[in-house]
Ligand binder design. Structure first.
Ligand SMILES: [Zn+2]
Length: 211
C-alpha cells in the first residue's frame, strides 16, 4: 500500500496500530491500495469497540485480506472476519467490485478492468458473487447484503443457532441494516457493512471520491 495511505491509517488508529515494531506490522500494510477503505472501515469499527485490540499483521494472501490482531471480543471478531470475506469481492487495485482470478496458482482479486490489464480476463474466476439487486438497493450495496447474509448463515450453522434476520433500509441516502436474533459477531458484521456501504456508490460499488 502507498506510504501516504499507510501513514493515514497509523495516524487515525494509533491504539490499534500502536506496536508496529513488536509485530509484523513493521512491514506495514502488505496489500494494494484498493482495500484501503475496507481496512479503514474495519479499523474504525474495531477501535471504537475494542480499544485494547492491536493489529499484528495486515496483508493479502491467496487473493484475500488477512487481518490478524490481538485482544478484542466477539464483536470485533465478527467485523474482522467479514472484512476478510468482503475482500474477495473488492478489486485489490482500485476498490471496485471484483472477482478472484487464479492464474496458475497466482491468485488475486481484481475488477474486470484490472483483470484485463493483467491478461486475466480469460481465466475462470474462483469466486464471483452473482448480484441480483435485493431490498430495492443498487447492485453495489446489494452485493454487501448478500455477503453479509451468507456469512451470517454460515456462522449460524457452525454455532447451531438460527441466523439473524436482517432489516434493510435507506435513510438520508445511507444504508441502515439492523437485525434481530444473531449474536455479538452479527453486531460486528452489521456495523462493518453499514460503515463500508457509506464509502461506496450503491449502484457501481466503486469507492466514492469525495471522502
Ligand atoms: Zn480495479
Amino acid at each position: 500500500m502507498k506510504r501516504m495511505l499507510q501513514e493515514k491509517l497509523f495516524q487515525k488508529y494509533p491504539a490499534l496500530y500502536s506496536r508496529p515494531e513488536d509485530t509484523l506490522m513493521r512491514f506495514g500494510f502488505e496489500t494494494h491500495d484498493g482495500w484501503y477503505e475496507l481496512i479503514d472501515a474495519v479499523s474504525d469499527i474495531i477501535t471504537r469497540r475494542c480499544p485494547d485490540a492491536h493489529a499484528r499483521q495486515v496483508k493479502e494472501k491467496f487473493g484475500g485480506l488477512r487481518f490478524y490482531y490481538g485482544g478484542g471480543d466477539a464483536y470485533c471478531y465478527g467485523a474482522a472476519r467479514l472484512a476478510e470475506e468482503l475482500s474477495y469481492s473488492i478489486c485489490e487495485a482500485c476498490g471496485a467490485p471484483g472477482s478472484v482470478y487464479n492464474n496458475g496458482g497466482w491468485v488475486s482479486t481484481k475488477c474486470a478492468e484490472h483483470a484485463k490489464d493483467r491478461n486475466l480476463d480469460n481465466i475462470e474466476t474462483d469466486y464471483e458473487i452473482e448480484v441480483t439487486p435485493v431490498y430495492g438497493l443498487g447492485p453495489g450495496w446489494s452485493r454487501l447484503i448478500l455477503i453479509l447474509e451468507k456469512a451470517e448463515s454460515d456462522y449460524a450453522k457452525i454455532d447451531g443457532r438460527p441466523p439473524a434476520r436482517f432489516l434493510v433500509a435507506v435513510k438520508n441516502g445511507k444504508l441502515k441494516v439492523s437485525y434481530s436474533g444473531g449474536n455479538e459477531e452479527t453486531a460486528g458484521r452489521v456495523d462493518l457493512i453499514n460503515r463500508y456501504a457509506g464509502r461506496i456508490d450503491q449502484h457501481t460499488g466503486r469507492v466514492l471520491d469525495d471522502l
